[in-house]
Design a protein around this ligand. Structure first.
Ligand code: GLC
Length: 603
């Protein structure tokens, strides 16, 4: 029953064709990815792009979250799978992604998208095999792409054999693996997270005739981290995947591991102790691997998850995300500036993970009640668009499918401090389907081509697709797909690829310091600085042209290079009072480097 003792299969399983690790090709090739998607072009990475051994790789990386079940179906079942993802790695390399994050792929009844885990060391049969996962890791690594896996530390599925044993035999080996009580009055100060579906954090179990504790769905009982055996089980399960070669983990829902009466049961010292043990194991046994925290908390609480550089390497910066949406609606940088000013410095070996959207609702937990109402009114006017304390919509529909705003939000995301985490499909501006239950509407199949019914996602009969492919303008697969955008040099996809390439060339975005710059509220102005490299980032948050006026003392006589932006060239810095006009929702990245890279001193 112990998870970590389940051996990984070394033999390929029936129906799975092992794919040999391919060496990066010597010159860029434009090759079709698969017969199903004849028009998708991929450029293989340049030779030698393979993984570097930089221990701080995550500080410079661009991450990409892949909802595997909706990415590419290789078996004709209608469900995306690991081999499907493998067949799209060339695309991700072409796009310029450094690390893929794959949400839970473990056996699961899938009542919470796989975050309800039944076996921590297994693989959901529809998604593939251990051999397939190994191939994914090898193939990604051959392309210089790392892979981090989700890992659900806080709870299991109620179908997990540990829970079944715990219910049936309170005095047995697993009796203490979960948090059981005779009544449901404990920990009254802990909030309910899934407020739309759950009424209590306790549920009565008719078999054990006791209540069990759960922070999420009632079918997801919380593990009892007061039990040292639970900690050992989890450490072993993590080792299992690290041995297979994953480059790290996104640890799910970390603030809730330990409960304590009289507290809100979040961020407790005992929780940090356990997380530090996980980190110590990783550092000792698997140096170079990375831990990313999902802790939806305010900056002063989330920084505790970095410890003194001895807990997480990275943590999502939840509060900055809704403020980017707020700033855009208000045409004012104030909300972003304030939260960044409130964000403490991190230990040298740590990094924020920043994001615009992910597989969950756009969470509005880290805003005030008034701000939440404002964001709901502006971005989720229809009740169906709301879920719990958030908005279940994708980026492009949130931004009225206005490509200027989509580019601007990405330009800010890629330049603000932190490593950006992109969400599959946002690179082409995919839409959502608010009529699907829960968060399924932001997890619809990737639109590779315009060819319906499968859109390059699957050759199966479309009635087999767990989530339908959108086919209505402006977000249908005919309107929004990878192949068309690859063929169009002015597309969102090609623009994103370009700006990612610029970001990759200049490590100041990952390693440099961050300075806010005084400017009119309508413009978010800041610089990133590393040694003699300085990038000024100016972002017009309004639907009107704006004159950005900023101080550039010390750069007189120089012409900055435009690394990326809505304008072609930048004027020379004549006096320290620099002015540059930005179009509606325009942005610009201005580079000064010494010796000048592209920027030139004028005689
Ligand atoms: C995390 C996941 C979310 C899941 C929840 C419970 O917040 O991102 O998708 O529902 O944990 O596991």
């Amino acid at each position: 029953m112990t998870d970590a003792t389940h051996p990984a299969s070394t033999e390929p399983e029936p129906g799975v064709i092992p794919q040999p690790a391919s060496a990066p090709s010597a010159s860029p090739v434009h090759a079709p990815l698969s017969p199903a998607s004849p028009t998708i072009q991929a450029t293989l990475p340049a030779p030698g792009r393979g993984l570097n051994d930089d221990p701080l790789w995550y500080k410079k990386a661009v991450f990409y979250e892949v909802w595997v079940r909706s990415f590419r179906d290789s078996t004709g079942t209608g469900t995306g799978d690991l081999n499907g993802l493998i067949s799209r790695l060339d695309y991700l390399a072409w796009l310029g992604v450094d690390c893929i994050w794959i949400p839970p792929f473990f056996p699961s009844p899938e009542r919470d998208g796989g975050y309800d885990v039944e076996l921590f060391t297994g693989i959901q049969v529809q998604l593939g095999t251990h051999q397939g996962m190994k191939t994914l890791l090898d193939e990604a690594h051959a392309r210089g792409i790392r892979v981090i896996s989700d890992f659900v530390v806080n709870h299991t599925s109620a179908d997990h054999p540990w829970f079944i044993a715990s219910r049936e035999d309170p005095d047995g080996e697993y009796g203490d693996y979960y948090v059981w009580r005779d009544d449901d009055t404990g920990y009254p100060d802990a909030r309910i997270i899934f407020i739309d579906t759950e009424e209590s954090n306790w549920t009565f179990d008719p078999v054990r005739k006791q209540f069990y504790w759960h922070r999420f769905y009632s079918h997801q009982p919380d593990l009892n981290y007061e039990n040292p055996k639970v900690v050992e089980e989890i450490l072993d399960a993590l080792r299992f995947w690290l041995d297979l070669g994953v480059d790290g983990f996104r640890l799910d829902a970390v603030p809730y591991l330990i409960e304590d009466e009289g507290t809100n049961c979040e961020n407790l010292p005992g929780t940090h102790d356990i997380l530090k043990r996980i980190r110590a194991m990783v550092d000792e046994e698997y140096p170079g691997r990375m831990l990313l925290a999902e802790a939806n908390q305010w900056p002063n609480e989330v920084v505790e998850y970095f410890g003194d550089g001895d807990e997480f390497h990275m943590a999502f910066h939840f509060p900055v995300m809704p403020r980017m949406f707020m700033a855009l609606k208000q045409g004012s940088s104030k909300a972003i500036r304030e939260i960044l000013a409130d964000t403490p410095e991190l230990p040298e070996n740590c990094q924020w993970a920043t994001f615009l959207r992910n597989h969950d609702e756009l969470t509005l937990e880290m805003v005030t009640e008034e701000e939440r109402q404002y964001l709901w009114n502006e971005y989720a006017p229809v009740p169906k668009m709301r879920l719990n304390l958030g908005i279940r919509r994708r980026l492009a529909p949130l931004l009225d499918n206005d490509e200027r705003q989509i580019r601007l939000m990405h330009a800010m995301l890629l330049a603000l401090p932190g490593s950006p985490v992109l969400y599959y499909g946002d690179e082409i501006g995919m839409g959502d389907n608010i009529w699907l239950p829960d968060r399924d509407g932001v997890r619809t199949p990737m639109q590779w081509t315009s060819e319906l019914p499968g859109a390059g996602f699957s050759e199966a009969n479309s009635y087999l697709f767990p989530k339908p492919i959108p086919c209505v303008p402006p977000f249908g697969a005919q309107d929004v797909n990878v192949a068309d955008q690859q063929a169009n040099p002015d597309s969102l996809l090609n623009w994103l690829r370009e700006i990612l390439a610029q970001r990759r060339k200049h490590e100041v975005f990952g390693l440099g310091d961050f300075q806010q710059i005084d400017c009119d509220d309508s413009i978010l102005a800041f610089s990133r600085n590393q040694g003699s490299t300085h990038v000024f980032c100016l972002n017009n948050l309004t639907a009107w042209p704006q004159l950005a006026e900023v101080k550039m003392a010390g750069f007189e006589g120089r012409v900055p290079a435009v690394l990326s932006g809505s304008i072609g060239e930048a004027p020379e810095v004549i006096t320290e009072d620099y002015r540059i006009e930005l179009p509606p929702y325009g942005y610009v990245w201005l580079l000064f480097s010494d010796p000048p890279a592209n920027d030139s001193a004028r005689n």
